[in-house]
Design a protein around this ligand. Structure first.
Ligand code: NAD
Ligand code: MG
Length: 391
């Protein structure tokens, strides 16, 4: 029986994870669940899965949740804050940690799971973008097992040779990282300045949280994924090609030196990569319907348009610069996306804020966790100031 902590249980990935877990009560026991704001949903999840711990944002929320769980006669202990999150991701009893908090807030608890040598299922790509070297060094040292949940990286992992060693490359020539192109792949460029948050979050193929949905619309998501792939698979940005594939049926491909190209296909449903990583190296039912390849009928491919998607170009540049550049890119993007979702910025301003924040930053090597956090904080302040000065 695997004991599982789900960080970000109330989000899109968290809910899909619990859906898979519920299909396999013989394999997984939920040790802890965390949620930031949706206390009622978290309480219902606790009632259904009866975890030993639940973690919320602050003491107030903890009080509310405790009262509710107590009135239902549940024994779940309620913790709060980053300390609570780190406690449940590193506890001795835990085997597997699903890291599905969105954004930089996921860094410390995800790193705590890696440090404690857990099997870490990584959805929170931002933590790897911010502190890639630190994260990979931690995994190496502790012997943690890092399994990618991002559908593209999970696909790549499945297409790589078993026991792939980044130092040896295993005959890999390059990675083809597929992207749907999001909701604005074809709209007139002039219309981009007036699109609304709801339009940006209406992804044609995937149901996701609002931040990653906006990232998909700007294609910053693919940029973050490119950086994520470099760390996970020990590749340089030049060894990764971004390919537009609007159907989201091929989740990514690996090309080998002999000319073979391996692809992983499936319906766009995150329960597939989640079930893959939960059971790895075995295979289990995920609840995902069979891929109807005949109804799919065609698979299209194209090159990304960097004029339409300047965020992708910015991320590619930050990936090549390395050091602190990706952390700055990520921090400025989080602030700008939040500004857009709150109606304080237009869609095209997201790329401008990220570009200007990067311009003001002098790239340095990241020496420590404290350094990563300092760069993140400073970039957020710069981006916020840029947003304020625009009004
Ligand atoms: P979401 O917004 O639906 O859920 C985010 C979760 O994080 C929620 O449980 C929320 O309560 C929690 N959270 C938010 N802010 C927090 C904070 N400050 N402290 C603690 N917890 C906090 O997001 P999502 O779509 O589930 O995405 C989660 C992560 O997975 C992101 O990093 C995203 O890039 C990645 N991801 C998601 C998908 C997808 O299909 N949704 C696919 C690939 C990767
Ligand atoms: Mg993805």
């Amino acid at each position: 029986m695997q004991q599982l902590t789900i960080l970000g249980a109330t989000g899109s990935i968290g809910v899909s994870t619990l859906d898979v877990v519920a299909r396999h009560p013989d394999r997984f026991r939920v040790y802890a669940l965390s949620g930031n704001s949706r206390i009622a949903e978290l309480a219902e999840q606790c009632q259904r899965f009866n975890p030993s711990f639940a973690v919320v944002a602050d003491a107030d929320a903890a009080g509310q949740l405790r009262e509710r769980l107590h009135s239902w006669g549940l024994k779940t202990e309620v913790l709060w804050g980053v300390e609570g999150l780190c406690q449940v991701s590193s506890a001795k009893a835990v085997d597997v940690v699903m890291a599905a908090i969105v954004g930089a807030a996921g860094l410390l608890p995800t790193l705590a799971a890696a440090r404690a040598g857990k099997k870490v299922l990584l959805a929170n790509k931002e933590s790897l973008v911010m502190g890639g070297q630190l994260f990979m060094d931690t995994v190496q040292k502790s012997g943690a097992i890092l399994l990618p949940i991002d559908s593209e990286h999970n696909a790549i992992f499945q297409c790589l040779p078993q026991g792939y060693d980044p130092a040896e490359k295993g005959g890999v020539r390059k990675i083809l990282l597929t992207a749907s192109g999001g909701p604005f792949r074809n709209i007139p460029l002039d219309d981009l300045s007036s699109v609304t948050p709801d339009q940006a979050c209406a992804h044609p193929n995937w149901q996701m949280g609002r931040k990653i949905s906006v990232d998909s619309a700007t294609m910053m998501n693919k940029g973050l994924e490119l950086i994520e792939a470099c760390w996970l698979f020990g590749l340089s940005p030049d060894e990764i090609d971004v390919v537009i594939h609007p159907q989201s049926v091929i989740h990514s491909m690996v090309e080998y030196v002999d000319g073979s190209v391996l692809a992983q296909l499936g319906n766009p449903d995150m329960r597939t990569p989640i079930a893959h990583a939960l059971a790895w190296p075995e295979r289990i039912e995920s609840g995902v319907a069979s891929l109807d390849i005949i109804a799919t009928a065609r698979l299209d491919f194209g090159a990304p348009d960097l004029q339409r998607f300047p965020c992708l170009g910015l991320a590619m540049r930050a990936a090549k610069e390395g050091g602190s550049a990706p952390a700055v890119l990520n921090a400025a993007n989080e602030v700008a996306v939040q500004g857009f979702l709150q109606g304080r910025l237009s869609f095209i301003d997201i790329a401008r804020i990220v570009a200007e924040t990067l311009e003001k930053h002098e790239v340095a090597e990241l020496e420590s966790l404290e350094h990563v956090q300092q760069v993140d904080t400073e970039a957020r302040e710069v981006a916020l100031k840029l947003i304020r000065s625009a009004h």
